[in-house]
Write a protein that binds this ligand. Structure first.
Ligand code: NAD
Length: 500
């Protein structure tokens, strides 16, 4: 059966790819190939960068208020297309429709934030920094920005990047994940419909070749990347070598610490949502439960009961709570990690490997899995699993729990569940992680705060969206000015001028 081949989006229109290379896009619920994604060649990436470069002078000189109006219109059209975009996300990623719609909404909120461009781009002003001398700073665009995004949030992660970059006066080339390319292309069409001038946003689905072309291109000024840590490191190092500004968000291993004084039913419900929502394919998913003191027995019993009751099936089916994994290869990999964990001594309280979904035999389903008595040396603890697998590590004290979280090389998100304000306060203060939840399992900051992890979860200095996003996509220019009157006597000074 022939399936449609997707185009590239360059210069405000669809362009068929001539690279001769492409990849299969699956419906993970059936295992069927539904489309082919072009793998853009280096020359096609070059065309996209050229379109972005050509659009830059006009867009940079478009007043922020006018840019903001186009963003506001984009937001309206995205709202109107939310269900259609969510359907595309579910078709290619597999997550449930309500989950997909929620992720689209979180992306729309970034567009809403970016629509405040005239306010966000205000610089600073100081009168009389020295006698008769004033200073002010302005925030100017960086130039042509590139975004490279992962499979797990086909709408939201690209929306973390390009609306903020474009609001700041930059032009953009987006390289979405080859596993889920349709949503990015649909969003580019919608932005065009909202009045975005051609060339300001370009989309080049592709693989490592397209990424390499963006990283090597002398006309790309900044790169935003979200994906796994090894690729984040490669992107960070390659972009930095050629002097590009870069932020590279990597993988995660998020711990939830549960103290004996936590409200257990509430905690277990929150952990089930955070561990198995989106089949665990979220960079902010909880994958390690750190049970402190004597809480483990009662907690694991509740988690087992609730996880076993989850309804797994196609993401499009009403009532289904957890969909399939993104590819068969990903399911194979996770199956191998679970097997290694069991062989290394983890106790399989619930093993999802045998799950059969009636009618979904071809789909990439893996049932919820719960492993207890896990220790930090085990493969299930060390690897980022990125699937519906919760592991439980038992420790005696809060001190041990904090030390465990801090020893982990990742530092994306973490949470503490407790009834104690002082324990929560200590945790918040001491934990070496970028995003912290107190009785909140997935503490993803809203669009007007910034999102980003620490340690191996983010290479680079600035987080995405919020004011850190604005900083990333702008360069500060500081201007010092004086207007001498004709009667003012000038004199030569070779000494360093001071303000005093
Ligand atoms: P990935 O690293 O495999 O791919 C990310 C992007 O890099 C894709 O666009 C892909 O085409 C490209 N890529 C893949 N291999 C490449 C190579 N060898 N050279 C150049 N480019 C390459 O990640 P994924 O599997 O799509 O997504 C899952 C990962 O993303 C997980 O590790 C997850 O934790 C992480 N993630 C992190 C965040 C965060 O905010 N920190 C958010 C979402 C996902």
């Amino acid at each position: 059966m022939t399936v449609p081949s997707l185009p590239l989006w360059i210069g405000g229109k669809e362009v068929p790819s001539k690279s001769g290379r492409s990849g299969e896009v699956f419906d993970p619920a059936t295992g069927q190939v539904t489309r082919r994604a072009p793998f853009a060649s280096a020359a096609e990436v070059g065309q996209a960068v050229a379109a972005a470069r050509a659009a830059l002078p006009g867009w940079r000189d478009t007043p922020p208020l006018r840019r903001a109006r186009i963003l506001a219109r984009f937001r309206e059209l995205l709202e109107a297309s939310r269900d259609e975009l969510a359907r595309l996300v579910t078709q290619e990623h597999g997550k449930t429709l309500p989950d997909a719609a929620g992720s689209v909404q979180r992306g729309i909120e970034v567009v809403e934030f970016a629509s405040g461009a005239p306010h966000l781009l205000k610089g600073e002003w100081a009168e009389d920094v020295a006698r008769g001398v004033d200073s002010h700073s302005v925030l100017q665009p960086v130039g042509v920005c590139a975004g490279i995004t992962p499979f797990n949030f086909p709408a939201m992660v690209p929306l973390w990047m390009f609306p903020v970059a474009i609001a700041c006066g930059n032009t953009f080339v987006l390289k979405p994940s080859e596993k889920v390319p349709s949503t990015a292309l649909a969003m580019a069409r919608i932005f065009h419909e909202a009045g975005l001038p051609e060339g300001v946003l370009n989309v080049v689905p592709g693989d490592a070749e397209a990424v390499g072309a963006l990283l090597a291109h002398p006309d790309v000024d900044a790169v935003s990347f979200v994906g796994s840590t090894p690729i984040a490191r490669h992107v960070y190092e390659s972009a930095a070598r050629t002097g590009k500004r870069v932020q590279a968000l990597g993988g995660a291993k998020n711990h939830a610490v549960v103290l004996p004084d936590a409200e257990l039913e509430f905690t277990a419900d929150a952990l089930i949502g955070a561990g198995y929502g989106s089949a665990g394919e979220r960079c902010m998913a909880i994958s390690v439960v750190v049970a402190v003191g004597d809480v483990a027995g009662a907690l694991v019993a509740r988690l087992r009961e609730k996880a076993a009751a989850l309804r797994v099936g196609p993401g499009t089916q009403a009532g289904v709570e957890m969909g399939p994994l993104v590819t068969a290869a990903h399911r194979e990999r996770i199956g191998g990690i679970i097997a290694a964990g069991v062989a290394e001594g983890a106790q399989a309280v619930l093993d999802g490997r045998g799950l059969r979904v009636p009618g979904g035999e071809g789909g990439f389903f893996l049932g919820p899995t719960l492993l207890d008595q896990v220790t930090p040396g085990m493969t299930v603890y060390r690897e980022e699993i990125f699937g519906p697998v919760l592991v439980v590590v038992r420790v005696a004290t809060l001190d041990e729990a904090i030390a465990l979280v801090n020893r982990n090389p990742y530092g994306n998100g973490t949470a503490i569940f407790t009834g104690s304000g002082s324990a929560a306060q200590r945790f918040e203060h001491e934990v070496q992680v970028g995003m912290v939840g107190v009785n909140v399992a997935i503490p993803v900051p809203m669009a007007f705060f910034s999102f980003g992890g620490w340690k191996q979860s983010l290479l680079g200095d600035l987080h995405v969206h919020g004011m850190e996003g604005v900083k990333f996509y702008t360069r500060t220019k500081a201007v010092t000015s004086r207007w001498p009157s004709t009667e003012e006597r000038s004199r030569i000074t070779l000494a360093m001028p001071t303000g005093g």
